[in-house]
Ligand binder design. Structure first.
Ligand SMILES: Nc1nc2c(ncn2[C@@H]2O[C@H](COP(=O)(O)OP(=O)(O)OP(=O)(O)O)[C@@H](O)[C@H]2O)c(=O)[nH]1
Ligand SMILES: [Mg+2]
Length: 221
């Protein structure tokens, strides 16, 4: 995996780039907690700072986190030679009243994260509705990763069930990139894989953009 990522990285543009992820999901899914886990490397497993409902949006620049090496990511990702690039996560409150705000920021994103509480099956239909809304309101060139959070809880539902409940197989039929992964903001489990997925998929997008740009240069020549 490390070499695959390095290869992808090696094909990226030389200029420094900011990767922008927009993270949305219902209230209480754990978005702020996930950002805290990413931001605060020193947090021991099983410890999360208390959060209050996010009103509006909060932002975290992961520039120094992702690309300068970080111990919980492990050696695979530390080998990425992306030194000059940065990742910005745009994280939004999930209460229904602030959900219309999400749309205003969609244009910023290179990719989307949709966070769902894996241990709250009663809210899967509502989550499906919001995921579908986001899917339909965003460009099909942008990958979407559904993250099922709180997999540390005994009541966490299996990933395949969540995938079905959120209608992912139907969405995937369009050919747009969509993935589903399990994570725990509490323990950090699954985050390595989730970040790996983004590095792979966003990189492909940049490669595509680079190829597109090259085509125009060639045509104009
Ligand atoms: N067990 C467990 N609890 C979690 C996890 N992630 C978040 N929580 C808890 O879930 C609750 C909601 O977390 P938040 O991070 O505030 O959720 P949010 O998605 O930001 O919610 P809004 O700001 O209302 O949209 C908090 O009590 C967290 O401690 C997790 O991975 N495992
Ligand atoms: Mg929040």
């Amino acid at each position: 995996m490390g070499s695959a990522i390095s290869t992808t990285a090696a094909t990226l543009l030389g200029a420094s780039k900011t990767f922008e992820l927009v993270m949305v999901g219902l209230d209480d899914a754990g978005k702020t907690s996930l950002v805290n886990r990413l931001k605060r490397r020193e947090l021991p497993r099983g410890v999360l700072p208390a959060t209050i409902t996010t009103i509006g949006a909060s932002f975290l620049s992961l520039a120094s986190v992702l690309f300068k090496g970080i111990n919980w990511i492990g050696s695979t990702i530390e080998t990425i030679s992306y030194g000059r690039h940065s990742v910005t996560i745009w994280e939004f409150g999930g209460l229904d009243k602030v959900r219309p705000l999400w749309r205003r920021y969609f244009w910023h994103a290179h990719a989307f994260v949709f966070l769902v509480d894996a241990a709250a099956p009663a809210r899967f239909p509502e989550a499906k509705e919001e995921l579908t809304r986001m899917w339909e309101g965003t460009s099909d060139t942008h990958p979407v990763l559904v993250l099922a959070n709180k997999i540390d809880l005994a009541g966490a539902v299996e990933l395949s069930v969540i995938e079905e409940a959120l209608g992912v197989p139907e969405l995937a039929k369009s050919g747009r990139t969509i993935g589903v992964k399990g994570v725990s903001a509490l323990t950090g489990e699954g985050l390595n894989e989730a970040l790996g997925w983004f590095v792979e998929n966003i990189s492909h997008q940049f490669i595509a953009e680079t190829d597109e740009a090259k085509k125009h240069v060639v045509q104009a020549w």
